[in-house]
Write a protein that binds this ligand. Structure first.
Ligand code: NAD
Length: 323
């Protein structure tokens, strides 16, 4: 168990994204010196405050990590476009950042003697045949499907972490993140929460893919970040699922968001994309037993905060009343 604080140097790839920027804030609040590397392909510089202990480096991690020679205590690899819209528009970039980018991040952690944390995903379970999904489940992934650029790249990243851990002795950890949402998401990001909220606020129809009976478990970003810090500091290898057990159908999510926004938007049903997972809920036994993790933010509270953010942000990013 290592607690990170004043004097510790933390590197976060993808530090300007949804999860990365909240992680950066968490380590700055602990007194760490943080370096965020991001090429802003899906993140924004506006997601990061000016802070004396924060260095922001604009770079593509597939081309290396131009972050100086001073060693880091921890390397957190969170760079990767993560929404279904990105799977369609940035498939090669996703494959590269979660293969070449992962290897660069692993090499830097190894050279520095740093602890390494890999942001993996519930998508490694594919369209799961086991429910809820424990870490021991190997998944049901279509290797050539429209989501495969993401699912298989994350599976490669997990294999890379396993190899560096097993064969090179790297102090590493893998987290499998389930659907996480919160302030600083892009309204047009294509994930279900920002899509429904921005449609509801604009009075446009909420578009449900299929009949809306597919489920997702929504995790507010603060809960996820608390779990990530616990995992990093625990010294555990994992993989560990992080998320919540609030499993809602997509149709239920639409109803909740309509109620919380007070919107009169209607609902439209469109074709369901192929390989869209039917059910998603983490088995959190390992997170509870290894980390003492317990999600604390009910989805209604988290969605309300996110709605306030979308309603008040003139342009998405930091520095809004709801932030
Ligand atoms: P995001 O798109 O908001 O953040 C990703 C960040 O990585 C962005 O700032 C983007 O500009 C940056 N990036 C992408 N490619 C890069 C590259 N080649 N070089 C440098 N920077 C690059 O997504 P997010 O939701 O914050 O996801 C962060 C991580 O967590 C990703 O690895 C994602 O796969 C993982 N994850 C997220 C979720 C979720 O529900 N939010 C679920 C599972 C896994």
């Amino acid at each position: 168990m290592t607690t990170y604080g004043t004097g510790n140097r933390i590197l976060v790839t993808g530090g300007a994204g949804l999860v990365g920027s909240h992680l950066v804030d968490a380590f700055l609040a602990k007194g760490c010196d943080v370096t965020a590397v991001d090429n802003f392909v899906t993140g924004s510089r506006d997601n990061l405050a000016e802070h004396p202990n924060l260095t922001v480096v604009e770079a593509d991690v597939t081309e290396g990590l131009p972050v100086g020679d001073a060693p880091f205590d921890a390397v957190l690899h969170f760079a990767c476009p993560a929404s279904p819209v990105d799977f369609a528009t940035l498939p090669v970039e996703i494959l590269r950042v979660d293969s070449i980018g992962t290897l660069h991040a692993l090499d830097r952690a190894l050279a520095d003697g740093a602890r390494f944390l890999m942001a993996s995903t519930s998508e490694v379970y594919g369209d799961p045949l086991v429910h809820p999904q424990p870490e021991s489940y190997w998944g049901n992934v279509n290797p050539i499907g429209i989501r495969s650029c993401y699912d298989e790249a994350k599976r490669f990243s997990e294999a890379a972490v396993a190899a560096y851990h097993r064969h090179k002795g790297l102090d590493a950890s893998i987290v499998r993140i389930f659907n996480t949402y919160g302030p600083r998401m892009r309204p047009d990001d294509g994930r279900v929460v920002p899509s429904f909220i921005s449609q509801a606020l604009a009075g446009e129809p909420l578009t449900i893919h299929g009949d809306g009976s597919q489920t997702r478990s929504l995790c507010y970003v603060d809960d996820l970040v608390r779990g990530l810090v616990l995992l990093l500091e625990s010294g555990e290898y994992g993989p560990v699922n992080l998320g919540t057990e609030y499993e809602l159908t997509v149709a239920e999510m639409a109803e909740v968001i309509l109620r919380l926004t007070g919107s009169k938007s209607t609902i439209e049903y469109t074709d369901r994309p192929s390989d869209d997972p039917e059910r998603r809920r983490p088995d959190l036994t390992a997170a509870r037993e290894l980390l003492g993790y317990e999600p604390q933010v009910h989805y209604e509270a988290g969605l309300k905060t996110t709605i306030d953010y979308f309603a008040t942000a003139s342009s998405p990013g930091r520095g809004t009343a709801a932030d």
